[in-house]
Design a protein around this ligand. Structure first.
Ligand code: HEM
Length: 428
């Protein structure tokens, strides 16, 4: 196939449902493929999709040539929508570009400050609570032979995990779930202006809630993430701060970071959990091995991350004329970095479309990215998924997908995940 004949059309449902043969054609014949920017909400920009593992990794490793200042990952608003959004934000706080969409030294400052609050200790301490939530969710199946898995398990678990980190009380959990849904709704999807305005209203409601929580901690500090975020400062001479120093985050910065953690941590992990459930249901031998030996959960999750790559693609902006895999790419272009394709690259993974937790190079996937923007929540996502898989294997004897032919992935070209998943289960 010549590079002229390779296409990638995100509005084609067949591509959305199974992009993998298209990714392969791109990797083999057009590893840097120019696309119509409008198709992925980047009208007026020259957009190139980068599909090979080697190229994606190199780009992620070079934040100087490939900047993360790509702005919002939602489609760009029209001038009229911008006015309407400005009105909504009159009651709230402006969204500030923080970690994901910043380059050093600004990225270094945010990442260091947030890491002081989002510590490995704080994440690992969540294990008993995550196990409790997993068990409670399985109890909530009520012994039913048919389970709506996303609604009853995959979606609520990550929201509960992030809500626990943010210390959202039980009485506000339903609100928090609604806010989380609204926060991700516009990401990688073309939605109507009215929908966008409605979602942003929810986000302002969330902002007002967190501002009062942060203010409460000024006078009444606690041993929690929000207190540490509020008090984080970079002392002069910190060897890990890359020469950056400075005072605490302001309210809009903290709100933006809270939202980023919530957005990055909810739908991605839910998609991982639902794709894992499908793979385990469709590989009964794997499921039996897991039940017999729960320590396999870590390997199963790692392969699930590679196979599913719930964050299928994000952007970088090219800061100088350059060349990628022999294709000239001019300064100012947008790159669409396809983690999902990189993780199915047969130059790195043998038989990449198969689900094989015992495969060689299991850990070479880049589902969490690579380099300075490597997923801040990777340890939390792994903890949630490993605990979930273990609890499911302890409690459930057999599982199968109801009507596997009708499984459908949502239309986001950034976050890839099943829309709905029903499982038939028997209990142990
Ligand atoms: C299976 C679940 C997850 C996947 C597949 C995933 C994937 C990713 C990827 C690919 C990146 C890199 C983006 C880039 O290169 O620009 C990233 C960054 C990030 N993730 Fe995750 N993520 C997951 C879960 C989480 C969780 C649970 C949290 C937090 C609670 C989180 C918070 C973040 C943040 C804050 C960043 C930005 C880091 C930075 O720019 O320095 N993610 N994630």
């Amino acid at each position: 196939m010549s590079s002229q004949t390779v296409t990638f059309d995100t509005s084609d449902d067949a591509v959305v449902q199974c992009p993998y043969p298209h990714y392969k054609a791109m990797r083999d014949d057009a590893p840097v493929l120019e696309l119509d920017g409008a198709m992925i909400g980047r009208s007026g920009e020259r957009v190139f999709a980068v599909s090979r593992h080697e190229d994606v990794k190199r780009i992620l490793h070079d934040p100087t040539t490939f900047s993360s200042q790509f702005g919002s990952s939602a489609a760009k608003p029209s001038p009229e929508l911008r006015d309407r959004l400005r009105e909504v934000y009159a009651d709230g706080w402006p969204n500030v570009s923080t970690m994901l969409t910043e380059d050093p030294p600004s990225h270094t400052r945010y990442r260091r400050l947030v890491s002081m609050a989002f510590t490995p200790r704080r994440v690992s301490r969540l294990e008993p609570e995550i196990r409790r939530v997993c068990e409670e969710l399985v109890d909530g199946f009520g012994g039913s032979p048919r389970v709506d898995f996303i609604d009853r398990f995959a979606a609520p678990l990550p929201v509960a995990a992030v809500a626990t980190i943010l210390q959202v009380p039980d009485t506000r959990r339903d609100d928090f779930r609604r806010w989380a849904d609204s926060s991700v709704a516009a990401i990688g999807r073309i939605i109507s202006d009215d929908e966008r305005v409605g979602f942003e209203r929810d986000i302002v409601e969330q902002q007002r809630y967190f501002v009062s929580e942060l203010e409460a901690r000024r006078t009444d500090p606690r041993d929690d993430f929000l207190t540490d975020l509020l008090n984080a400062e970079l002392p002069a001479g910190d060897p890990d701060a890359g020469g950056v120093e400075g005072g605490p985050l302001d309210i809009p910065e903290m709100l933006s970071i809270i939202r980023q953690i919530q957005v990055a941590g909810s739908e991605t992990t839910a998609s991982l959990l639902s794709d894992l459930a499908v793979q385990l249901a469709q590989h009964p031998d794997e499921w039996e091995k897991l039940k017999a030996d729960p320590t396999r959960a870590a390997k199963v999750v790692e392969e699930g991350l590679r196979w599913a790559s719930p964050n299928q693609g994000l952007y970088r902006i090219v800061t100088e004329d350059t060349e990628i895999a022999g294709t000239p790419v001019p300064k100012g272009s947008t790159l669409w970095i396809l983690y999902g394709s990189a993780d199915h690259d047969d130059r790195v993974f043998d038989d990449p479309e198969s689900f094989d937790p015992d495969r060689e190079r299991l850990n070479s996937h880049i589902a969490f990215g690579h380099g300075i923007h490597f997923c801040l929540g990777a340890a939390l996502a792994r903890l949630e998924a490993v605990t979930a898989v273990k609890v499911l294997a302890e409690r459930i004897d057999t599982l199968s997908v109801v009507d596997a032919e009708s499984l459908r992935y949502g239309s986001s070209f950034i976050l890839r995940g099943l829309e709905h998943l029903e499982l038939d289960v028997t209990y142990r």
